[in-house]
Design a protein around this ligand. Structure first.
Ligand code: ASP
Length: 595
């Protein structure tokens, strides 16, 4: 097929932007043939560019040369078209440019295209695997394209806001050494220093703290982080954080920066939110919602009802505390649905699951009545705040680890499940919450010792400092950190803290984690040294940007807002990575691959 050159043709308008006000304009459009309808005398081409679609009409009688050219094109061919905008006799409400069409006078056919493996449409039936393999075609669809555009606007707004607040955007190295964020490192072998490896950063944590020591005062970065974690749904081996750090901060100052940033990021998505965001202590979040990332878009709070069960504990055969919640309208759930709920609770670790239905007339129906008696059943329902038509669910669970709130955690999961099932989650609400008051350490079952609940640079509540040297695990587990999380609609967006800024405290913390002085020096020597040269108090946070954009875009998966995401098994299907490398390359690096 004979192809044309673009020559000196310059696009005058974007397809999707044409409106009735453009009628009578001579325009030049460029783009892809989205669809072609051939009616003999008339050929209609839907021409698509980044902005959307415009209908172009080729009339054989009026312009046979252009019409002949249009006969040759197929879907996804690349064209440039010149013509005049006219009002359509009947507007097409499906298209933004549906009020008009373009009567073509000339067309240049710039490239052909193979038939794509799937239609470039919003309702795509292709598997995600196929979409990712042909991501360049997938990105031609309007939804992924809109997601990428939204991501751009959100990032731009974040940059603008932080710039106005006096933050410098500073890049930190990709080739560096291990950062202790708790995941496995991606390693990069050094050719020059045989047997030595760089680690890709799990976060810019140490560098951003060093930037505070350097006197940069306010730093941010849209930072790529790398964590080699086991397969988990909706994680990416490389992901993007909004990372920031500031010197001489109060917690309020840090929160207010992020509140400004989120207000404007949300506004870029057309969503109005207003700080200050409410704050919840970790303990209170667990008690009321059974979660450290509570979804505050609906109620259904938990209520401890253990005492009402005391008389029947032996008969019912459960252990631990009992948490109850009232699900509005839940009395309508069927027997089968209740059985499913019980199964779910058991699989989450419940040792007992009990339900009470409150009929519209206020009558109770519960298998508990026989064992507990009508009064106790009524008392449980009242404690949960149940109203006619509600379902009360009470769960018991035994704490494997003391203080782990086992029953509350299960009830918290059921709360989310029931809210979803009963359609109680408003999709147009944006509930941000700060969670504070975290423990400094947590118990690791695998390592059988206390480990950092966040990372080992997290500040320690001043009164708790003396407990660092306490030999009792229980005492150390009671220590409070200066950490905080930001949560949106039940999703943890990220965490941060006021940091340890005194070298002596940092060393004591490392010791409490069982790191010998030699290990400390080997892993963090440069950082421990830097801390001794006048380190200002500092603190910050990092937010998962992929997650933020996914929420704002209304997407469930972060893959939908990343231009070139990896699969759940960490593969890039388009570029076919990871891949094997040549023996020469391995040789040069001094590496042999074990079978
Ligand atoms: N570096 C931490 C993280 O990636 C965040 C922070 O403490 O600022 O989770």
């Amino acid at each position: 097929m004979q192809l044309d050159v673009l020559g000196d043709w310059q696009r005058t308008h974007s397809c999707g932007d044409l409106r009735a006000a453009d009628v009578d304009r001579e325009v030049t459009l460029t783009g892809w043939v989205h669809r072609r309808r051939d009616l003999g005398q008339l050929i209609f081409l839907d021409v698509r560019d980044r902005s959307g679609i415009a209908q172009v009409v080729f009339n054989k009688e009026q312009n046979s040369a252009a019409h002949a050219r249009a006969e040759e094109v197929r879907g996804e061919y690349v064209v440039a078209v010149r013509g005049r905008v006219v009002a359509r006799q009947k507007a097409n409400p499906e298209l933004e440019s549906g009020e008009i069409e373009v009567i073509a006078s000339e067309m240049r056919l710039l490239n052909t295209a193979k038939t794509p493996p799937f239609m470039i449409e919003d309702d795509v039936s292709a598997s995600e695997e196929t979409r990712l393999r042909y991501r360049y075609l997938d990105l031609r669809r309007s939804r992924p394209k809109q997601n990428i555009a939204l991501r751009h606007r959100v990032l731009l707004e974040i940059r603008r806001t932080l710039d106005e607040l006096g933050f410098y955007e500073i890049e930190t190295p990709m080739l560096t050494r291990s950062t202790p964020e708790g995941a496995r490192d991606y390693l990069v072998p050094s050719r020059v220093h045989r047997g030595h490896f760089y680690a890709l950063p799990q976060s810019p944590q140490i560098f951003k703290q060093i930037l505070m020591i350097s006197g940069m005062e306010r730093y941010f970065q849209i930072a790529r982080c790398f964590r080699d974690e086991d397969l988990r749904a909706d994680r990416q081996p490389e992901f993007t954080q909004l990372d920031f750090e500031m010197s001489f901060p109060t917690q309020d100052a840090i929160f207010s920066v992020i509140e400004r940033v989120m207000e404007r990021a949300c506004a870029a998505a057309g969503i109005a939110v207003q700080g200050p965001f409410p704050r919840l202590e970790y303990r209170e979040a667990m008690r009321r919602f059974g979660s450290d990332k509570p979804d505050l878009r609906f109620g259904m709070e938990l209520h401890e009802v253990t005492s009402h069960f005391a008389v029947a504990q032996a008969k019912l055969g459960f252990a631990g505390s009992v948490q109850a919640l009232a699900a509005p309208g839940g009395a309508a759930l069927s027997r089968k649905q209740l059985d499913e709920l019980t199964e779910r609770a058991k699989s989450l670790g419940a040792s007992g699951v009990y339900t009470i239905k409150l009929a519209a007339d206020g009558a109770f129906a519960s298998s508990l009545e026989k064992t507990l008696g009508a009064d106790a059943v009524r008392a449980v329902a009242a404690a949960a705040g149940a109203k006619p038509g509600d379902l009360v669910v009470a769960v018991a669970a035994k704490e494997q680890i003391p203080g782990s709130d086992a029953a509350a955690l299960v009830a918290g999961q059921l709360r989310l499940h029931l809210a979803e099932k009963l359609a109680l989650v408003p999709s147009d609400q944006w509930k941000f919450t700060w969670i504070t008051g975290f423990a400094l350490f947590e118990w690791s079952e695998t390592e059988k010792c206390v480990v950092s609940a966040q990372h080992p640079f997290t500040g320690i509540v001043d009164e708790d400092l003396p407990k660092l040297e306490d030999p009792s695990d229980a005492v150390r587990l009671s220590m409070r950190s200066k950490g905080y999380d930001l949560v949106l609609n039940g999703v943890e967006l990220g965490s941060g803290s006021i940091r340890i800024h005194q070298q002596e405290v940092q060393q004591r913390l490392f010791r409490a984690l069982g790191l010998s002085d030699e290990t400390q020096r080997a892993r963090f020597g440069f950082f421990l040294d830097a801390l001794t040269y006048g380190t200002p108090p500092h603190g910050g946070i990092a937010l998962g940007l992929d997650r933020v954009v996914a929420l704002l875009a209304g997407e469930k998966s972060i893959r939908e807002v990343i231009a070139f995401p990896k699969t759940a098994s960490a593969q890039d299907l388009m570029a076919d990575a990871p891949s094997s490398v040549s023996p020469d390359q391995l040789n040069e690096l001094g590496i042999a691959v074990k079978e």
